[in-house]
Write a protein of this length. Structure first.
Length: 344
C-alpha cells in the first residue's frame, strides 16, 4: 500500500507539472514579457542599490538605471535590425558563393580519390536555410520586445517593490526567520548568477564582434549579439553561435578564413569558459549537457526564442531553489554537471 501511495504521489506530481507547462504555454503572451522584465530587473538591482547607498533617492536611481538600459537596448536593436535586413538581402548572393566555394573544395577532395558531388553536400548542408533560421530566431526575440513600454513599466514596478519587499516579508513572517534567511540567500544567489553571467556574456559578445571585424566577416555586430545571447547556454551555446559565422566566413572569404573564425570562437570559449567564468561564478552552477539540451527544447517549445534564451537561467534558478530544500537535493545531483558535490 505504501508503494502504491508513493506511485500515486509521483503520478500526481508529474500530472501537475504537465498542467503547469501547458498553462505557461497558453499564457506565453503574458508570461514572456513578465519573464523578460524580471530578468532585466534582477540585472539592474545591484546598480540601483549602489546608487541608493550613495544617497541617490530611490525614484531617481531607478530612473537612471532604466534610462541606461533603454538607451543600450534601443541602440543595439537599431544596429541588429539594420544588420538583419542587410543579411536577408544578401542571402541569395551567399547561396551562390557557397556553391562556388563548395565546388572548389569538392574538386580538392576528388583529387584525393574521394567521390563527392555538390548535390550530396547540398543535401546535408543548406547554409541559406541555416542562416535564415538564425535571422528568424533573432527576429522572434525582437518581436518579444515590441511591447517594450510594458516591459519597462513592469521593470520599474518590480524595482520599486524590491526596495520594500524585505521589510514586508519581515513583518508578514516575523516568526519564520530561518525561512526568510533561506529565501534571502536564494535571492542573492540568483542575483549573483544572473549579473555575473550577463557581464561575462557581454564580454564574450564584444570579443567576438572585434574578432569578426578584424577578420573581415560581414555583420560582426550580429555575430557578437548571437555570441552574447548563446553564452547563457553552457556546453553547446558557443557551438551554435559559431556555426552560422563560420559558414558565412566560408561563403564570403573562403576556407582559410572559415578556419580562422572557428579558431576565434574556440579561443574565446576557452578563455571565457575555462578561465574567467569559473573564477567569478564558481563551479557549483553547472548543468549536465543532457539537461541543457532538454531545457532548450522544453522552454523553447513553451516560450519560443525568448524561452531558449532564458532556458538555462530558468533551470539554474530551479536548481538553486532545489538546493535550498533538503528533500530535493537528490534532483540537484541528477542535473548537475559534476558527479560529486561536497556540500551535498
Amino acid at each position: 500500500m505504501n508503494e502504491q501511495n508513493k506511485g500515486i504521489h509521483w503520478l500526481v506530481g508529474f500530472a501537475a507539472f504537465v498542467i503547469i507547462i501547458a498553462a505557461l504555454k497558453a499564457a506565453s503572451q503574458i508570461v514572456v514579457p513578465f519573464m523578460l522584465s524580471v530578468f532585466i530587473a534582477i540585472i539592474c538591482a545591484p546598480a540601483m542599490s549602489s546608487l541608493r547607498r550613495r544617497g541617490v533617492p530611490t525614484w531617481l536611481s531607478i530612473m537612471l538605471v532604466v534610462l541606461v538600459i533603454l538607451v543600450g537596448i534601443s541602440s543595439l536593436a537599431v544596429l541588429v535590425g539594420a544588420s538583419l535586413d542587410d543579411f536577408s538581402n544578401q542571402l541569395p548572393n551567399y547561396k551562390k558563393r557557397f556553391a562556388e566555394e563548395a565546388t572548389s573544395v569538392i574538386q580538392v577532395l576528388n583529387s584525393f580519390g574521394l567521390n563527392v558531388s555538390y548535390d550530396q553536400v547540398k543535401g546535408y548542408i543548406d547554409p541559406s536555410a541555416l542562416m535564415q533560421m538564425v535571422a528568424n530566431a533573432l527576429r522572434g526575440l525582437g518581436s518579444a520586445l515590441t511591447n517594450f513600454v510594458l516591459v519597462v513599466m513592469i521593470v520599474i514596478f518590480i524595482l520599486f517593490e524590491a526596495v520594500e519587499l524585505p521589510k514586508k516579508l519581515t513583518l508578514a513572517f516575523s516568526d519564520a526567520s530561518k525561512s526568510l534567511d533561506k529565501f534571502d540567500s536564494f535571492i542573492k544567489s540568483v542575483n549573483r548568477y544572473l549579473v555575473i553571467k550577463t557581464l561575462v556574456s557581454m564580454f564574450t559578445g564584444v570579443l567576438i564582434t572585434l574578432l569578426m571585424w578584424v577578420l573581415g566577416v560581414d555583420f560582426p555586430i550580429l555575430w557578437g549579439v548571437c555570441a552574447f545571447l548563446l553564452n547563457f547556454v553552457p556546453n553547446i551555446g558557443s557551438i551554435i553561435a559559431a556555426v552560422p559565422a563560420v559558414l558565412l566566413a566560408f561563403v564570403q572569404l573562403g576556407s582559410l578564413s572559415a578556419g580562422l573564425v572557428a579558431g576565434s570562437f574556440l579561443l574565446v570559449n576557452l578563455i571565457v569558459g575555462n578561465m574567467i567564468e569559473p573564477r567569478y561564478m564558481g563551479r557549483g552552477l553547472g548543468l549536465s549537457t543532457l539537461v541543457v539540451f532538454l531545457s532548450l527544447l522544453l522552454w523553447g517549445w513553451v516560450f519560443g526564442p525568448v524561452g531558449m534564451l532564458l532556458s538555462i537561467p530558468l533551470t539554474i534558478i530551479m536548481k538553486l531553489a532545489f538546493e535550498a530544500n533538503p528533500k530535493m537535493r537528490w534532483l540537484v545531483t541528477l542535473i548537475d554537471s559534476e558527479t560529486s558535490k561536497s556540500k551535498l
